[in-house]
Design a protein around this ligand. Sequence first.
Ligand code: KG4
Ligand code: ZN
Length: 341
Amino acid sequence: MKSKLVLGIETSCDETGVALYDTIEGLKGHKLYSQIKLHAQYGGVVPELASRDHIKKLLRLIKELIDENDININSIDSIAYTKGPGLSGALLVGTTVANALGYSLKKPVISVHHLEAHLLSPLLSNPNIKFPFVALLVSGGHTQLVRVEGIGRYHLLGDTRDDAAGEAFDKTAKILGLPYPGGALLSELARDGDASKYPLPKPMIHSGDLDFSFSGLKTAVANLVHKIGSKKVTASKTLKADIAASFQNAVTDVLTEKCCRALFKEDIKSLVIAGGVGANAELRRKVNQQAKKTGFEVHYPPLEFCTDNGAMVALVGGLKTNEGVYGAKPFDIKPRWPLSA
Ligand code: KG4
Ligand code: ZN
């Protein structure tokens, strides 16, 4: 099969990501611009600012990517962009640029599901992962367990009933006085903390199903901080570290237990963990321990591709190019878009 070069564009939230993926040689290069600093002052993503910033950065990033890889833009065979789920204004920037480039270069355009891109992202470093596998998608907006039969064949096994795991990390970080988005900072703090100091609830850990709920845990942390005294907590590195470690311990215990249950229920011995929270070292430690104990394989994307990026979008574009799936239409976005029925 002749190799095809795909340009991937990610603009679903607060990261502008672009990448070049060769269907035979794999990832050729990628560039990422994070808007974190822009939104931190507001304590969360401001959709209008996100869209405007994508407009400012996207074309510049594509030009840098093309120049750094020393290719002519005409050698791109197809263009893939994130169609959803995500912020509508931000998604519109991606679809507009992708379709305008496709029109001017006379190249096909492919629309990509953001969660599909996350759950296939481990293929960037290991193209030999075999189907079926169970995927845990843990990001700022989603916490799902999915049975992956093959490309495009996804069955939802479990979902969160309220907050996503990343959202719970970010809200808890905020309670501890950390800047947005606090997930990674909270997990750094937790490294120096005592995880057994504060026994926090592990919601739905024994519910028997594969669903999650994290808002009660976040409220339990808020109540604990209120009881100790908010000022006292934010002023003490030890208190913050102990609370962070106790919170992280509860979340990672639940996520690990549900992954094991999903593998057992589905009779599958291969697990993929993807999405921003998949970068969490404690989660990886616990899942790896269980994998060794009970004998299943676990695959993660490279750390830099756990959070949003263009490489995973270009990868899915490449997989769809191989299957001949083209035909995205201009302005085709889907801000709300379930991965499977
Ligand atoms: O996948 P992602 O970049 O964006 C969405 O599609 O939502 O995930 C971002 C989420 C944020 O909530 C962030 O706080 C969380 O992933 N996150 C982490 C870590 N790194 C990022 N949460 C826990 N531990 C980490 N090391
Ligand atoms: Zn994401």
